[in-house]
Design a protein around this ligand. Sequence first.
Ligand code: NAG
Ligand code: NAG
Length: 310
Amino acid sequence: MFNKFLGLLAWTGLWQPELVVLNGGTTTTTTTTTRVDLNTTDMVTTTSIFMQGLVDHFVSGDGQKVSYEALEQSTFYSQTLGEFGVLLQSTDPRQMTQPQRKAFFINLYNILTVHAILSRDPLPESTISVPNFWQRYAYKVGPFTLHLDHMEHGILRGNRAHPTTGTVMFPSGDPRSSLTLPLDTRIHGALNCGALSCPPLRSYSAASDTLEEELDGSLSVFCNKGVKVAGDGSLLVNSIFKWFRVDFASTEQQALRWLSGCVNNASLSQKLLDASLGKRSVSYEYDWTLNAMWVEKLEIPEVTSRGMKQ
Ligand SMILES: *[C@@H]1O[C@H](CO)[C@@H](O)[C@H](O)[C@H]1NC(C)=O
Ligand SMILES: *[C@@H]1O[C@H](CO)[C@@H](O)[C@H](O)[C@H]1NC(C)=O
């Protein structure tokens, strides 16, 4: 409710959310190491490898939880992330091919989400409890400053309107609109918003063939996990399929039909078809609990920048 109020004030221009650019400054490491400017192909690959490092060391096997505590005390956070942030400043996402830009911004969105959560002290109860979370945290990516909503709605969703505010991220003439990609519905199975109901965290490949397979796989997992049968036989569906219905279909009926084709389980698929015909009731649910994993005994892996290059 409060967030909606702030959203309204922001819309009327009465309140401007504070923008926190998490790679805004220069780190001390730039003065002590030789700075290498990567070409965009290498930047996409480095981002993918960086995300893989994050997942390997600090994310649960199923991709659902992050060990923020361990991450905070690691050199991966204190050093490698800073170095990565410096590289980001010198890249130019306009020079990436479309598949490269897709992989790059999916990985970057997920990295920025984790980074933004970690930047809060103490950790938030949920990302939705942080006012304007998605328009507050940004990275400087070459000449552009991009917050989470710019990456999701402006770039990865084809600059479609934001589902709650109805506004587009890049108004006409905005130079950032040169980054916009055609909508790929599969991003909904890939973008992680820091909550338990989000798709799992994984690294997306810079190689386009592999990226295609990964996006198909993630969407399939997300569909299958996103439908449950309640005790009374009604269906509980992940709210993503309601909030972003326009990305899947034009009506609820069509969206449920689409989902019935996405799930693997024949019995569940039939139940969704029934629901699409109004023969079974549907409600939507979303667990916003922070995707934090609390470890009893901290074993902090040493991840250096060399680890980044593998
Ligand atoms: C990018 O740089 C790498 C060396 O780091 C080189 O092998 C590759 O060919 C370059 N790619 C492009 C597209 O310039
Ligand atoms: C398929 O879904 C039904 C619920 O509709 C469930 O009872 C069953 O265990 C599921 N089958 C598999 C193989 O997951």
